[in-house]
Design a protein around this ligand. Structure first.
Ligand code: FPP
Length: 252
């Protein structure tokens, strides 16, 4: 795989855990358990191929409206995974961070997250960015509030400033966003940051999503012609520019 065109930042909307379980006559939590195993496999794969940031949509702000027992299973799995993976993050150079609205998280989860974030803060092999209690609109609202609290005037507002107030401050925008399970929507994930992301949709349910399919998604991404609203470098015009790959990649 050509290193130059590996996406720096991949976002994944991990969808289909419930359906995976229901199709097998199993309770939904079995799908979430299996989903956690995929998180581990895909994180290792992304790190191995040189992705810099992997953002995983683990729990949306709307997911708080799910039945209480399902929410507590997901929170329990998160707690268990963080405790279980903590030493592995250190060993593998993974920096863990959470984006999302922490006010809504239970206290024990919040403190585990803070502990893991602090302990892995200096790691630089892969940033594993977990979107938890996350909503893109909620993130933008919180960013605007921060800007107002800092006393910014309307003239101070620029794209860079807004980006700097988002939970993802300091991270590159996602180059590629993958959604599993056949749904083709963003569902409030990285709304601001995905302005120029490429999208890859697959019918595969998250518990069946393998390293091979991640590589397939990256391969398809590498075929795309990212123009960022400009014309393709290689052709000089849009006509006949199809398949030129990363004509303006150097414009990052
Ligand atoms: C979507 O499937 C999945 C979720 C809402 C939860 C995903 C959470 C995990 C896999 C745990 C994350 C853990 C770590 C360590 C990041 P769904 O329930 O919406 O499936 P459905 O659409 O088939 O019902």
């Amino acid at each position: 795989m050509e290193k130059r065109t590996i996406p720096r930042h991949i976002g994944i909307i991990m969808d289909g855990n419930g359906r995976w379980a229901e199709m097998r006559g199993l309770p939904r939590f079995e799908g979430h358990k299996r989903g956690v195993q995929r998180v581990k496999e895909i994180t290792e794969a992304a790190s191995g191929i040189g992705v810099e940031v992997l953002s995983l949509y683990a729990f949306s702000i709307e997911n708080w409206m799910r039945p209480e027992d399902e929410v507590s299973v997901i929170m329990g799995l998160l707690e268990e995974s963080l405790k279980g993976e903590f030493l592995n993050f250190i060993k593998e150079g993974i920096r863990f961070r959470v984006i999302g609205n922490r006010d809504k998280l239970p206290g024990n989860i919040k403190s585990i997250i803070e502990g893991v974030e602090q302990a892995t803060d200096k790691n630089n092999r892969l940033v594993l960015q977990c979107a938890l209690s996350y909503g893109g609109r909620d993130e933008i609202i919180r960013a605007i509030r921060k800007a107002i609290n800092k006393g910014l005037t309307p003239e101070d507002i620029t794209e860079e400033r807004i980006s700097g107030f988002l939970d993802t401050a300091g991270m590159p925008d996602p180059d590629l966003i993958v959604r599993t399970s056949g749904e083709q929507r963003l569902s409030n994930f990285l709304l601001w940051q995905s302005a120029y992301s490429e999208f890859y949709f697959t019918n595969t349910l998250w518990p069946d999503f393998t390293k091979e399919e991640l590589l397939e998604a990256i391969h398809e991404y590498q075929m795309r012609d990212r123009r960022f609203g400009k014309v393709s470098n290689s052709s000089g015009s849009l006509a006949g520019s199809g398949g030129s790959g990363f004509g303006v990649r150097s414009a990052f």
